[in-house]
Ligand binder design. Structure first.
Ligand code: AMP
Length: 398
């Protein structure tokens, strides 16, 4: 089974329907009533594929994406209008935004000669998108001859526009350049990673990342756990964790992982930055225990040095999830130190997950990381399963 790259497609004179992840954070409305785009990275990452398609001279390019969680109903707050404006500026072309993802005028629109690029309004304005509905997928598919998926950030969903729709493009479904790039980076980690291989996982909940932990433990030499995710492990080891964030069900999961064969590969914090609450004065513990009235909000200096020594010998590094409540500056040192360590390392480094990506960007190190993934949930699921539904669906069964 193989995936075909967009570079193999014959696109001249064809109607091309392409799925991207334009799910960008939006700010307030400007004078013209359009909401500002706070971070255009996701759109910028799509431009290579969009420009390539346009260069092949298709008769139409129909773009589609979701934005936010409008819960299956039209909602002007989640309109793709700011994205249409941004794309029009970047491409130097008119980008026509449809009224709804499948409105009745679309068929006519796709036959009009002077309109080259159409952006379908937010796919999630229709509940059938998230339901993976066949009729909805067929209605979208009826607009074009060729389908392209470049929405890596949505490829772990069995939604109509990334999964169901491929059934209607028997020999004409292709992967865009971003998805191909992500697959190449992830396969580097999954298949024969250069050793030593060090994984770093943080964030808030063990249950969300349990399968990633189990999968990574098979191949890594060390799996460093930081952030609130560390407390269930410490508690399972019988350590005092004070008022730190910790669900009882996560302690059970953590105990199971610690007892498993590869449990010895886990590296837990040796000290913490603690406070009574996130706004109270912070202090550093002298060991791994936390007193009853305090909660851990970041890893401490000894832990940072321990991570530094492991990272310095690594040839492959994977990081997902912050080391603490990094949104508050007094608890951000662990996360930003890890970002810097990865940037300074000569190892192949892969960073995924919204918070970790934000941290490497904020610290100005993003261009020193070998691969900054455009999909947090998608990259974790790829690590767990070795593929994603939206990627499988692109494959041809020869
Ligand atoms: P996740 O979505 O599971 O990756 O969790 C990310 C969130 O976890 C971020 O908003 C962090 O601020 C938060 N977080 C990480 N460590 C801690 C901690 N020690 N205490 C409270 N929140 C934390």
């Amino acid at each position: 089974m193989a995936i075909r790259s967009i570079a193999e497609a014959e696109l001249e004179g064809k109607k091309v329907l392409a799925r991207f992840d334009f799910n960008v954070p939006l700010g307030d409305r400007d004078a013209s009533g359009t909401r500002a785009i706070k971070d255009s990275t996701r759109i910028d990452l799509s431009l290579k594929t969009i420009q390539y398609i346009l260069d092949q001279k298709p008769s139409k390019l129909i773009l589609m994406s979701h934005l936010g969680r409008p819960k299956g109903k039209p909602n002007p707050d989640y309109s793709l209008e700011p994205v249409a404006k941004y794309l029009a500026e970047k491409l130097g072309l008119e980008v026509y935004l449809s009224e709804s993802p499948t409105d009745s005028g679309l068929k006519t629109l796709t036959t009009l000669g002077h309109i080259k690029v159409v952006l379908l309004e937010n796919l999630r304005f229709d509940p059938r998108e998230e339901q993976g509905d066949h009729e909805f997928a067929q209605a979208l598919a009826s607009l074009a001859d060729v389908y392209v998926n470049d929405a890596f950030g949505a490829a772990h969903r069995k939604h109509a526009s990334v999964y169901t729709i491929t059934e209607y493009f028997n020999r004409q479904r292709y992967a865009g350049f971003l998805i191909l790039d992500e697959i190449e980076a992830l396969d580097k980690i999954l298949h024969k990673p250069q050793k030593p291989f060090v994984g770093i996982l943080g964030g808030a909940k063990v249950s969300d990342k349990i399968q990633t932990i189990e999968k990574l433990l098979i191949t890594v030499d060390h799996l460093i756990i930081g952030g609130a995710m560390a407390y269930p492990f410490l508690k399972a080891q019988g350590k005092k964790i004070g008022k730190s964030l910790c669900a009882e069900s996560d302690v059970t999961l953590a105990a199971k992982i610690l007892k498993a064969d590869k449990g010895h590969k886990l590296v837990l914090p040796m000290d913490h930055v603690v406070a009574e609450n996130p706004d109270a004065p912070a202090e550093t513990t002298s060991g791994s225990q936390i007193d009853g009235d305090k909660a851990g909000f970041d890893i401490g200096p000894q832990s940072i040095e321990n991570i530094r020594s492991l990272v310095s010998t690594a040839k492959t590094l994977v990081w997902n999830g912050p080391m603490g409540l990094f949104e508050k500056s007094q608890f951000s040192k662990g996360t930003f130190s890890v970002a810097q360590m990865l940037a300074e390392s000569d190892a192949y480094s892969f960073v995924g997950g919204g918070d970790s990506v934000a941290a490497v960007k904020q610290s100005g190190y993003a261009d020193k990381i070998s691969h900054v993934s455009s999909g947090g949930g998608a990259s974790l699921e790829y690590i767990e399963k070795g593929t994603l539904p939206g990627i499988q669906a692109l494959k041809y069964h020869f």
